[in-house]
Ligand binder design. Structure first.
Ligand SMILES: Nc1ncnc2c1ncn2[C@@H]1O[C@H](COP(=O)(O)OP(=O)(O)OP(=O)(O)O)[C@@H](O)[C@H]1O
Ligand SMILES: [Mg+2]
Length: 228
């Protein structure tokens, strides 16, 4: 008789267990738990300074958890060398956009695409974000909302499964927000995942909601040289 192999449910793509994050020697976020499966989304909310941006930086590997664990496909990310494999799976879209003003809009996306070993998605990504007609403009002339669209075009040009979006709708007009909602839905329909920190409502079907509590300031004595 053939042996039947029992398989459990697949491990989440990303699992956070008891996560905490420190900044400036203070605990900013504590005891956060979540799971992210292929195609899912997490909505991250909370008052100013509750730690949303810090938490996204932790999820992309720029900050290390001060407590708790992150598991990627069942593997503990604290194992040596694993972060190096994990980071290229993740896009972080944050307030700092790293747009090269002296380059054209096209070049801003294309150099990033080529750097990441891709080719052929730049014009499509610009068109998808409504920037096609501006492709040959210098990036320096872009408005705030157009810069945000350019950031998102760069993300589209380099496919990665997990998108970490820190207030992605800031600066976007109504049409821009609709495009953002569409690209997130399309990404998820192909098995991608999104983690969105936002203060404003955004369409994110069946998202898990993670709400960070307000942060109570902890008294700390500062010295004259601390901020030099
Ligand atoms: N680079 C940094 N160095 C030290 N502390 C920082 C740094 N960035 C943020 N913090 C601290 O971390 C706390 C959380 O900040 P964070 O930006 O993560 O909050 P947030 O929830 O994203 O806020 P907002 O809604 O205003 O964007 C703040 O109190 C801030 O003092
Ligand atoms: Mg923030």
């Amino acid at each position: 008789m053939a042996t039947r192999i029992r398989r459990g449910p697949p491990a989440p793509w990303l699992l956070g267990s008891g996560l905490a994050c420190m900044r400036n020697e203070q605990v900013i976020v504590r005891d956060v738990n979540f799971t992210v499966h292929r195609g899912s989304a997490v909505l991250l909310t909370g008052p100013n300074a509750s730690g949303k941006s810090s938490f996204l930086r932790l999820l992309c590997g720029f900050l290390k958890p001060s407590a708790g664990r992150l598991f990627w496909d069942g593997n503990d990310l604290s194992q040596p060398g694993l972060y190096d494999l994990y980071r290229p799976q993740v896009h972080l879209i944050a307030a700092k956009d790293a747009i090269k003003k002296a380059m054209t809009v096209y070049e801003n996306v294309h150099f990033w695409e080529v750097l990441e070993g891709g080719e052929g998605r730049t014009q499509w990504a610009l068109d998808r974000m409504g920037l096609g007609p501006f492709a040959q403009e210098q990036a320096v002339v872009l408005s705030m909302g157009q810069r945000k669209r350019l950031q998102l075009a760069r993300m589209l040009a380099v496919p990665r499964p997990l998108w970490l979006l820190d207030e992605p709708s800031v600066g976007l007009d109504v049409e821009g927000v609709e495009i953002l909602e569409e690209i997130m839905a399309e990404h998820r329909s192909k098995g991608g995942m999104v983690f969105v920190a936002t203060h404003v409502p955004i369409k994110l079907k069946d998202a898990m909601h993670l709400r960070l509590p307000p942060r109570t300031p902890q008294f700390r004595q500062y010295n004259a040289g601390d901020f030099v």
